[in-house]
Design a binder for this molecule. Structure first.
Ligand SMILES: *[C@@H]1O[C@H](CO)[C@@H](O)[C@H](O)[C@H]1NC(C)=O
Ligand SMILES: *[C@@H]1O[C@H](CO)[C@@H](O)[C@H](O)[C@H]1NC(C)=O
Ligand SMILES: *[C@@H]1O[C@H](CO)[C@@H](O)[C@H](O)[C@H]1NC(C)=O
Ligand SMILES: *[C@@H]1O[C@H](CO)[C@@H](O)[C@H](O)[C@H]1NC(C)=O
Length: 316
């Protein structure tokens, strides 16, 4: 199944992309095949579903329908948000049952800190989480051995993607800003989730995932677009690449391979320009993921020095 999926994905990408880039994509698929089991992947998915499920339940307890309305989100939005929350609860129950049926121990919910202060920060965080969820399922797909699990994961992925589009549109953003979504590795996704996780029950099975050093985007004056100069902060860590040198590249992850741009060390992090193509088009758009690295030819879990940071890149 793994080979069949890779071939189908390759054919689809080959039809849509320049030849040089498809080579990078195929290499990425091959490199992203560690010895992890389907139970690991389902538990990884369940880890994210627990996070989302708790997030929506907390938010719906924190804020009333009237508070959503006062922030500009009407009764329809509120009703749909409850539906989103209920979908996440169903995903948790589904994955928990599937793992139990397969004889594996399902992970339980952790304690989280979402740092939400008002309705706007709640919805902004919801949008980021849904986008990361899509990239998590997409990135894990090539590693799933069982056809049945792959279909089940796909049926969750498409729903997360509807949630993402709906929330993006409600924020005035394009519901589908790019013709391709971004596949992220387990470690990349865990890096984005880890800052929300305070602690987990010691009875939870240990998953073969690690977080890279945290990377965040410094506040900007306006929206970020292709060509914007931005600063990425590395709070709490001095970031060096595998060869011991400072990262000198930022790499935006895309399905057709990373887009590299030089990163210059500044106080607290690195400064870079969001890539533009020579013809002035934007190769990066929507919720995008950027890592720091010392290598300018490939991005693997061995070459990431920090990140990813999730960055919203708006239309030109
Ligand atoms: C709910 O409110 C608490 C207390 O203000 C806050 O710490 C938490 O981040 C909020 N969570 C959500 C999802 O709104
Ligand atoms: C920033 O993006 C949002 C959502 O796309 C849009 O509503 C807003 O007008 C943009 N602001 C500026 C200054 O372009
Ligand atoms: C612009 O350049 C990029 C990369 O160089 C290419 O993929 C894209 O097709 C070009 N777009 C147009 C409209 O020429
Ligand atoms: C990549 O790095 C090599 C040196 O390590 C350099 O010669 C080359 O110009 C770089 N390529 C890009 C696209 O930055």
């Amino acid at each position: 199944m793994k080979a069949a999926f890779a071939v189908a994905a390759f054919a689809a990408i080959a039809a849509a992309s320049p030849v040089a880039q498809t080579g990078t994509f195929l290499k990425k698929i091959r490199q992203a095949a560690p010895a992890i089991t389907d139970a690991d992947i389902l538990n990884y998915a369940l880890t994210l579903e627990h996070l989302e499920d708790t997030f929506y339940q907390e938010g719906l307890k924190n804020f009333t329908e009237a508070q959503f309305a006062a922030a500009g989100f009407d009764a329809t939005f509120y009703a749909n948000l409850k539906e989103v929350s209920s979908d996440e609860t169903t995903h948790v129950a589904f994955l928990t049952a599937a793992l139990t049926k397969a004889g594996a121990t399902p992970v339980a919910a952790c304690t989280y800190d979402f740092g939400v202060t008002d309705v706007m920060s709640f919805i902004a965080t919801a949008s980021v989480l849904e986008g990361v969820g899509v990239s998590a399922y997409l990135g894990a797909a090539a590693d799933i051995m069982s056809a049945a699990y792959l279909t089940a994961a796909g049926s969750i992925l498409t729903v997360e993607s509807r949630h993402s589009s709906y929330i993006r549109a409600s924020l005035g953003e394009s519901p589908f800003p790019s013709p391709f979504d971004v596949p992220l590795t387990l470690d990349e996704v865990y890096t984005l989730a880890a800052p929300f996780i305070v602690s987990c029950p010691s009875s939870n099975p240990t998953l073969p995932v690690k977080a890279f050093p945290k990377l965040t985007s410094a506040p900007t004056n306006g929206n970020i677009t292709a060509g914007s100069k931005i600063t990425l902060l590395t709070p709490g860590s001095v970031v060096t690449a595998a060869d011991g040198h400072s990262p000198i590249y930022a790499a935006f992850i895309t399905v057709t391979g990373p887009v590299f741009t030089p990163a210059t060390a500044v106080a607290g992090g690195f400064s870079l320009t969001v890539p533009t193509a020579p013809n002035g088009t934007a190769p990066i758009s929507g919720q995008s993921y950027v890592v720091l690295t010392g290598c300018n030819t490939t991005v693997t879990d061995d070459t990431v020095a920090a990140g990813p940071a999730a960055i919203e890149v708006g239309p030109l």
